[in-house]
Design a binder for this molecule. Structure first.
Ligand SMILES: Cc1ncc(COP(=O)(O)O)c(C=O)c1O
Length: 365
């Protein structure tokens, strides 16, 4: 957000800025979603909904699991939330007591840690690196000491890496054996460049899944997400939702029902990310950025800049000032090693991605 502010100021001063700092899709919601929102405005008083969400939307999400993951997820286990961010608050509150120890793999999406601290949970950081594709492993968990919970994200932000089949299974099985509740952030599902992402529901009935409409569905500002919760947590989650926010936005819920019918349009957006990714993976090494995390999914490349700087914030500031390219310093995602990394988002237009590659190449030359 600080980088975005600096980038906007640089732009307001008359400079042309290429925004590769943002973590949101360049495209807006699909047309059928917009049409459904207009229809909802015309036909409904848009009052509160049930705290768990509109039954029609929960049914559509249940059908999404059957179609895309071949999993039968009863709609009673599905909770509609105010973005996956809202889901995280509910999940952390329902599943843990203050003082409990929750593991997160580093680097991580910074809000996880901030939410946990705000709720009085103890954050246990688990350093991951290229040898485990920046994802936790049972060995790393073993070294972390006692854990009550583990938050995983696949595909991940900032690295884009995925926990694949047997690796995912091993981590979740380890957690089940040790009574560690898994929270699985699946917000980047649908945006992958090889194998499709698996859901933690495949490996454990105890996992809490967090997902939403912000990334694949291109509905960031509609503030809508969902969780899949084990039966024993659903009562607590329902009461928390009733008390904390009553219901997720009614209009967004009505519109989102249509989102599941828009796969062609949404997959066309993913094809744009795939082309942007291809360009960057080809061009960044020519600019000397050769050490890149495997960008399995999401729309980020996490690149080492250790040969160029020991201060990634300063590096990003200079890059913005001298070339107009805005990217995010790794220090946001990893307090210890992040000065050696930057995150480059490729969720924008292909023409901008090409221009970025060309500016980076001449700047770093
Ligand atoms: C990994 C990850 N999880 C969760 C979120 C929150 O998304 P939302 O609250 O819009 O669903 C983000 C947003 O960038 C993210 O990158």
């Amino acid at each position: 957000m600080e980088v975005m502010k600096a980038a906007n100021e640089h732009e307001a001063a008359g400079n042309h800025v290429l925004h590769l700092e943002v973590g949101e899709p360049g495209a807006g919601a699909p047309q059928a979603v917009l049409d459904a929102a207009h229809a909802a405005l015309d036909s409904s008083a848009l009052g509160y909904t049930e705290a768990l969400g509109l039954p029609e939307l929960r049914r559509a999400i249940s059908a999404h699991y059957l179609k895309n993951y071949q999993r039968d997820v009863a709609m009673e286990r599905i909770v509609v939330t105010t973005g996956s961010s809202g889901g995280f608050m509910l999940a952390l509150l329902a599943a843990f007591d203050s003082g409990q120890r929750i593991g997160i793999g580093v680097p991580y999406y910074p809000a996880y840690r901030n939410m946990m601290i705000a709720l009085g949970l103890e954050v246990v950081t688990i350093e991951t690196g290229p040898e485990s594709r920046f994802q936790p492993t049972p060995e790393l968990l073993e070294r972390a000491g006692h854990l009550d919970g583990l938050l995983i994200c696949s595909p991940a932000n900032p690295t884009g890496t995925m926990l694949r089949g047997s690796e995912f299974d091993a981590v979740v099985q380890y957690c089940d054996r040790h009574g560690i509740r898994v929270l699985s952030d699946e917000i980047y599902h649908g945006i992958t460049y090889g194998e499709a992402a698996e859901t933690a529901l495949r490996y454990s009935a105890n996992a809490v899944v967090l997902n939403g409409f912000s990334k694949f569905f291109c509905m960031t500002g509609w503030r809508l997400g969902w969780m899949v919760v084990p039966d024993e947590l659903s009562g607590a989650v329902e009461r928390l939702a009733q008390n904390l926010y009553i219901s997720a936005p009614n209009i967004s819920q009505r519109a989102a029902i249509a989102a599941f019918e828009c796969e062609d349009e949404l997959n066309a957006n993913v094809a744009v990310y795939a082309e942007n990714r291809r360009i960057l993976l080809e061009e960044l090494p020519k600019a000397g950025l050769k050490d890149l995390a495997p960008a399995d999914g999401a729309f980020y490349i996490y690149a080492s800049v250790s040969h160029l700087t020991n201060d990634s914030s300063d590096f990003c500031r200079k890059l913005l000032k001298e070339t107009g390219v805005a990217i995010t310093p790794g220090i946001d995602f990893d307090a210890e090693r992040g000065n050696a990394y930057v995150r480059i988002s490729f969720a924008g237009k292909t023409v901008e991605t090409k221009e970025t590659a060309s500016r980076l190449k001449s700047w770093l030359a």
